[in-house]
Design a protein around this ligand. Structure first.
Ligand code: GLA
Length: 372
């Protein structure tokens, strides 16, 4: 299996857009290692759009932009591999990518072969400049087949923004993950929109095939390509990360890892929260609903018989009491459970029947319920 648990890593788009280079990749890899991200499981280092030159070469192959990647892509992949990490790249099902450099339509076999020769481990495949008369599933099937035919294991990530309900067909094209909505931007509203819209999609996710609510904006603080509104706070980012982990979402950082504030680093390196995302059972959390108390509650069953529960307060200003009843999780009412707070890293105590606590505006209490 290429993706037994949701893929983790970094992608260049959110912060850097087209401002990418061999240098940036090397510095990012260095930072990922020095700051402990690599060790925590973030292992894909992914170039997004605009790594390409504006035209294909004489041999019809994709050509890396010579100014950004003077030593070619293979040298970059080699460097990433030499540090024990994996290398990802980007293309598009259409004639052009979304930033209008050459796409892979009618070149699927050649491009897949080129990526394999370069040592690519991950392909994000976009959905712009579509040829007429061919459906999305069929376009993705072409690249899925081409990748498979190379014989090199490459993670296939579909980026068609949730159009044509990819959760129903994407895995059948060979995809390991698929975007479920539009591009995330660095605001609280976008975080909520991308995250909470996963409700109901939990039946489609599992080991080797994941719903993708898009990259993390944690740590961007209004800097870069995806910054378009009011900058989120650390509380917003903590809720964002909690939600993605409950959703068994891919964890692809979109920030500038080289210049990361300690608070953001701490959020994305919380081992107990990452463990919820990476739990081997591979079940995406489901919406318990507005339970018997106000507020929004999500739950994710875990391999060891415990359940991760998120108690969310989506209000802007008011503190809210949010609670969960055991019966809504399938746990018997009288069963005693140990409640552990995954952000505080401490057991809160033993409870029966239900648990509730006050949650700050935009906040999320992330707990793990372990039947005693
Ligand atoms: C689309 C994708 C983004 C990014 C850009 C690049 O908008 O959804 O994630 O890859 O294209 O142009």
């Amino acid at each position: 299996m290429i993706a037994p648990t949701p893929p983790m890593g970094w992608n260049s788009w959110n912060t850097f857009g087209g401002e990418i280079s061999e240098e940036l990749v090397k510095e990012t890899v260095q930072a990922m290692i020095e700051q402990g991200f690599a060790e925590a499981g973030y292992r894909y280092v992914n170039l997004d759009d605009l790594w390409q030159a504006p035209e294909r070469g004489a041999d019809d192959r994709l050509v890396p932009d010579p100014h950004k990647f003077p030593n070619g892509v293979e040298a970059v992949a080699d460097f990433v591999h030499s540090k024990g990490l994996k290398f990802g790249i980007y293309s598009c099902v259409g004639t052009h990518t979304c930033a209008r450099v050459p796409g892979s339509f009618a070149h699927e076999e050649l491009d897949a072969l080129t990526f394999a020769e370069w040592g690519v481990d991950f392909l994000k495949h976009d959905y712009c400049y579509l040829p007429e008369g061919i459906s999305g599933p069929m376009l993705y099937r072409r690249m899925g087949q081409a990748l498979r035919a190379t014989g090199r294991p490459m993670l296939f990530s579909i980026c068609n923004w949730g159009r044509e309900e990819p959760w129903k067909w994407a895995a059948s094209t060979g995809a390991h993950m698929w975007r479920t909505g539009p591009d995330i931007v660095d605001t609280w509203e976008s975080i909520c929109d991308m995250g909470f819209r996963q409700a109901g999609l939990e039946v489609y996710a599992g080991p080797d095939h994941w719903n993708d609510p898009d990259m993390l904006v944690v740590g961007m603080y209004g800097k870069g390509n995806a910054a378009v509104g009011q900058t989120p706070t650390d509380t917003d980012y903590r809720t964002h990360f909690s939600l993605w982990c409950l959703m068994a979402a891919p964890l692809l950082m979109g920030c500038d890892v080289r210049n990361l504030k300690p608070a953001a680093r701490e959020i994305m390196l919380n081992r107990e929260v990452i463990a919820v995302d990476q739990d081997p059972l591979g079940r995406q959390g489901f919406r318990v609903g507005d339970s018997w108390l106000v507020g929004e509650v999500w739950a994710k069953p875990l391999a060891d018989g415990s359940v991760a529960v998120g108690l969310f307060n989506r209000h802007d200003t008011e503190r809210q009491l949010v609670g969960v009843a055991w019966e809504s999780l399938g746990i018997h009412d009288r069963r005693a459970c140990i409640v552990r707070d995954l952000w505080a890293h401490e057991d809160v105590g033993e409870f029966r029947g239900s648990y509730s606590q006050y949650v700050e505006p935009h906040g999320c209490a992330l707990i793990r319920l372990r039947p005693a």
